[in-house]
Design a protein around this ligand. Structure first.
Ligand code: ATP
Length: 256
């Protein structure tokens, strides 16, 4: 693996209970690159992230994640070596305060909690509030802040926009881009708001029914997106509000 590649996935077949839902997927993320993983519900995006994180076994294929091969027996190893994964459930300690949630993450890395507040001043003002009382956007910030305190080389975020209004998603995406640029962090994120995602990403992968249908620079994928939606992803004009999971990709034009 070239040193500037922090994630390399080749011919990945992955799924649940030995049944493949993801087939022959190739994917790579370079150091400092922000990469979007796009596709309709059920396409296999979460399965890919979970397999990369070592939470699901790969059926076949090769993966190097921050220089290591993920192992379901020891997923903490790649976490220790620089992978941070923010699942769509966010997994916060709801009865602990914002500061306590951050302190737990900062313990091992001895990171400075205040460095998170620099990027997310709202969280600083809410430091004493229980995580369970935060709004959805604030919870997502906390989940990302907590991940950043582990000083990752690669940050993976699943469904950043889950339950959030588009205006909040836009702010969070901009914040993620700024952090990536400032820290030289690589980011792989799953996002339903396609055009917003392409607005901040360097490159993107689009999957449908478990297969990669295209990838390229964000500009190139954006140029093809209408054809991609029409050919592979179905009509998005019936996409529901961004607060709900939708059948197709959510287009900002359809959600306001
Ligand atoms: N634990 C599981 N056991 C069996 N099948 C599963 C499990 N989790 C997901 N699947 C199936 O695997 C396929 C891919 O699901 P996955 O969650 O990876 O898709 P996704 O692209 O992340 O979708 P979404 O955008 O809705 O989160 C779906 O058909 C789903 O029903």
């Amino acid at each position: 693996m070239a040193t500037d590649v922090v994630l390399s996935v080749r011919n990945l077949n992955a799924g649940h209970g030995g049944l493949a839902v993801v087939r022959d997927v190739d994917l790579s993320v370079a150091r400092g690159q922000v990469v979007a993983l796009l596709g309709p519900n059920g396409a296999g995006k979460t399965t890919i992230l979970q397999t990369i994180a070592g939470l699901l076994p790969a059926i076949s294929g090769e993966m190097l994640v921050v220089g290591r091969s993920p192992s379901v027996r020891r997923p903490h190893i790649i976490a220790r070596h620089g992978l941070a994964y923010v699942p769509d459930s966010r997994c916060l300690f709801r009865s602990l305060s914002v500061r306590q949630n951050l302190a737990l993450a900062a313990r091992r890395s001895r990171s400075d909690i205040d460095s998170v507040f620099q990027y997310m001043p709202e969280l600083g003002r809410l430091a004493k509030r229980d995580a369970g009382l935060l709004s959805g956007g604030e919870q997502q910030m906390l989940a990302i802040g907590r991940a950043l305190l582990t000083r990752p080389t690669l940050l993976m975020i699943d469904e950043l926009s889950m339950g959030l209004a588009p205006v909040i998603v836009e702010r969070l995406l901009a914040m993620v881009r700024t952090v990536a640029d400032d820290l030289g962090l690589s980011v792989l994120f799953v996002e339903q708001h396609v055009r917003m995602a392409l607005g901040v990403a360097d490159s993107a992968y689009v999957i449908s029914h478990g297969r990669l249908i295209t990838h390229g620079s964000a500009v190139d994928v954006n140029d093809q997106i209408e054809a991609i939606e029409a050919s592979y992803l179905g009509d998005v004009s019936d996409a529901s509000t961004p607060n709900r999971r939708t059948r197709g990709l959510t287009s900002e034009e359809t959600t306001g």
